[in-house]
Every structure is written in C-alpha cells, then in structure tokens.
Design a protein around this ligand. Structure first.
Ligand SMILES: [Zn+2]
Length: 245
C-alpha cells in the first residue's frame, strides 16, 4: 500500500505527455474528467470505488489537541514543471516534521486553482499542496488556502520560473521562502483521505491549515493562464470520516 502511494507520487513527476495503457490520459474536462477517472484504467479504480477520497468539504470538525507541526523549511528547490495538470516544484533537503512518531520530509509542492478542499463550504481561489513522505513512502499533504489580497513574493519567484512549454521540466534553484507560503498561525484540520489525482490512492494524511494566506489578483491570473483550465477535483463524500482540529 505504502509503496503504491510513493510510486503514484513519482509517476506524476517525470515529464511525459503521451497517454499509453500504463499512463492513460486524464484531465479535468470532458471524457477524461474527474467523474470518469475510475473508468480510464484499472489502476484508477479507487477514484471511483474508494470510500476515503479527497478533497472534501471541511465542516463539523471534532475538537481534540492536535500536536503542533514543527516545519524546518530547510529545503532547496530542484526543478519546476507545468505538467498540464499542475505547476509543480520538486524540492530537496530537510523540510521535515514529525507526525504519529514518524518523520515526514517535503518531496514536492504544487497548486490547484480553485481550491480542492473547501472549508465550511468555502472554496478559495488557490490551494497549495506540500507533499511530504516518510521512509516507507507514506504521504502527508499539508494544504494551504490562498485568498485574494496582498501579493505573495514567494509565489512571484515560482510564477517567474514556470517553463513556457508544458511537460518541460526545468532546473529551479532560486530560493523560495517556504515559510511565507504558510500562514503564521499553524493550527490545522486533519483527516484521512487520498491523492486528489489518479490513481486516487488512499491512506494519505491530510493536514489543512485553517488560516488562509493571500495572493494578488494578478498572480492568480498568471496561474490561470499557465494552467489554461481549472485543476480542482470536486469535493468527495465523507462516508463517516471524522475531521479533527
Ligand atoms: Zn494536489
């Protein structure tokens, strides 16, 4: 299970556009859109039959005492790609935090327009996903919501580096102040879910920051014109899952 997850994660990193039987074409519109993902390949079955899918609408969280997440933000960027599904930065280094007595390290981060998860029924203009992996390939995704407002300079560095060609991975060594892509208040919701893209593998620990941060209208336009289409999977049923905060 864990190996499948990490394999799925890396499947979307390499620059390939061609659809073949191993990597069927999927997207956000029409026949290849989210409502049909489960039928595109036997490997994507969880997209259709999974009961713990992401994203969700976060509502009625159960109050507990979640431990603070001790992010190190000590990473360097390696590369950036517009893979037709998202804008994704591959990272290396030591952005580690501990969760459930395991250590999770940042592997890549990417963006969805508009947000995939909703908070109390609200959709945000942009959502960042910081994908962390433990030694066994188990995944924890930290989600950050962006509302319209002040420009975010860390996003500008990323936007300026987006390759003009899709599926062309380019070196990206510029420093991005990761901390400014997170809210100052790090309280969060937690739930158990899945990858929000095929193969929709479950067992992903979702940590959704409660506080949104901002990007400017101009920055949002730049994301939209690079992506050319919305890239949010619709919210999925909770099926009895408990959200905690
Ligand atoms: Zn994502």
């Amino acid at each position: 299970m864990k190996r499948t997850l990490i394999a799925s994660l890396f499947m979307i990193i390499p620059a390939f556009a061609q659809a073949d039987s191993a990597h069927p074409h999927w997207g956000y519109e029409g026949k290849a859109g989210p409502e049909n993902w489960g039928e595109l390949s036997a490997d994507f079955e969880a997209c259709h039959s999974g009961k713990y899918q992401s994203p969700i609408n976060i509502d009625h969280a159960m109050h507990t005492t979640l431990p603070p997440l001790d992010f190190q933000f000590n990473v360097t960027n390696e590369s950036i790609i517009n893979n037709g599904h998202t804008i994704q930065v591959t990272a290396q280094g030591e952005d580690i935090f501990s969760l459930d007595d395991e250590t999770f390290q940042l592997v890549q981060y990417h963006f969805h327009v508009p947000s995939e998860n909703h908070i109390n029924g609200k959709s945000y203009p942009l959502e960042g996903h910081f994908v962390h992996s433990n030694n066994d390939g188990g995944l924890a995704v930290v989600a950050v919501m962006f509302d319209l407002g002040k420009e975010n300079s860390a996003l500008t560095t990323i936007l300026d580096a987006i390759p003009s060609e899709q599926n062309k991975e380019e070196a990206f060594k510029q420093h991005v102040d990761l901390k400014s892509l997170y809210p100052t208040d790090r309280t969060y919701y937690r739930y158990s879910g899945s990858l929000t893209t095929p193969p929709c593998s479950e067992g992903v620990r979702w940590l959704v920051m409660k506080d949104p941060i901002t990007l400017s209208a101009d920055q949002l336009e730049k994301f939209k014109s690079a992506l050319k289409h919305d890239n949010n999977r619709p919210v999925q049923p909770l099926n009895g899952r408990v959200i905690v905060d």
